[in-house]
Design a binder for this molecule. Structure first.
Ligand code: SAH
Length: 345
């Protein structure tokens, strides 16, 4: 069966015509799915019962089911655990900011990138998410909160550039006029640094923000935290970032998770400045969120502030990421992991 929610409007038109139906039906179906966010064909009241039946036979309809919702008592952040049609689960996060609501979605079930501080990768990769499974995290949360989503960050479980074709299709559906029509400028894709994927994305000349998880300033240190550093050097990463800016005019975001005693010294800050200074960029400092499977600790508050001040004094745009949802399995992959553990028992 074809996954109808992953089809573009043009593809759907062609398919509907091939079924012997009028092509405007495709637009109606598309709007029911991507604008009115219906959960099934049965909700589509201006589509005849007979066409709805035909659609049920021909298409698979993705509608994720929220099986657990946690709400932070500190900042109202909500974390959702969704069940997919094959029984796998993924997590997504809803955050309320002054400038609007933001949803952080997963791009894969699990991850094979192996970053040392990250809970999403501990059990490896199960599979990539389909475009409709990525979209429906946003659609379901919109329905559940009753509030419009203005920003989407692909920063949950998974490496988006390891699921490249599905990611591109997802971006197209998310930002198209006939759907939710989220502005490309309000979408961020975060990567651990798959250089060929970064370059291919640059070629597309989209207006999305590319975030690079850097986390270390020398190849040697980076290899200890991120296995992908064995494949691509920091020099190659910086070149790819420069290329992305050249092609899109979009400022790069560097993510730097501060790990106590590992990457948070004065020398680290100086080295980071040297690396990113030539680029038009923004640095996001993330106090590492300790996971119990690893003994990484957060940097001291003073070390974090000193790190930030040093960057600022050197003219670099920097923010310390607010730690949203610390009380609700905030770190990447923790909720899904706890759920799977409980299910095994
Ligand atoms: N695979 C992508 C996106 C997912 S992770 C990537 O690597 O960018 C989103 C961000 O959270 C990345 O910068 C990642 O390195 C960081 N991260 C993961 N686990 C973390 C933790 N326990 N504490 C702090 N940051 C973490």
């Amino acid at each position: 069966m074809t996954d109808i929610k992953s089809m573009t409007l043009d593809e759907l038109k062609a398919d509907i015509e091939a079924m012997g139906e009028k092509s405007f039906r495709a637009k109606q179906l598309y709007e029911w799915m991507h604008k009115k966010l219906s959960r099934s064909f049965d909700e589509m009241t201006n589509i005849s019962a007979s066409l709805r039946e035909k659609c049920k036979e021909r298409y698979e309809y993705t509608a994720l089911r929220a099986i657990e919702i946690q709400e932070s008592a500190i900042d109202g952040t909500k974390k959702y655990l969704f069940e997919l049609s094959d029984g796998n689960v993924v997590e997504s996060v809803w955050m309320k900011y002054k400038h609007g609501n933001s949803v952080c979605i997963s791009s894969q079930v699990g991850c094979r990138m192996g970053c040392a501080f990250c809970a999403s990768t501990l059990d490896g990769l199960e599979r990539g998410l389909t475009p409709s499974e990525m979209l429906d995290q946003i659609y379901s949360i919109t329905l559940l909160t009753g509030e419009r989503v203005s920003n989407v960050v692909v920063m949950g479980t998974g490496e988006p550039l390891d699921n490249y074709e599905n990611l591109l299709r997802f971006l197209k559906l998310l930002t198209c006029e006939e759907g939710l029509h989220i502005s490309q400028r309000n979408v961020t894709v975060s990567t651990c640094g798959i250089v060929p994927g970064m370059r291919e994305l640059a070629e597309r000349q989209l207006q999305i923000t590319l975030a690079l998880s850097l986390h270390a300033t020398t190849d040697e240190k980076r290899r200890k935290l991120m296995p992908i550093a064995n494949k691509y050097s920091i020099a190659e990463l910086m070149d790819a970032c420069g290329y992305y800016f050249e092609k899109t005019g979009r400022r790069i975001t560097f993510e730097y998770s501060l790990v106590g005693g590992v990457n948070d010294t004065k020398e680290d800050a100086e080295e980071l400045i040297r690396l990113v200074k030539p680029l038009n960029c923004h640095v996001n400092l993330i106090p590492v969120n300790p996971i119990k499977e690893r003994d990484f600790v957060q940097s001291e508050r003073e070390a974090i502030l000193a790190f930030k001040n040093k960057l600022e004094k050197n003219g670099i745009n920097v923010t310390i990421r607010r730690e949203m949802g610390r009380d609700i399995d905030g770190a990447c992959g923790q909720l899904r992991r706890r759920h799977n553990k409980q299910r095994q028992q």
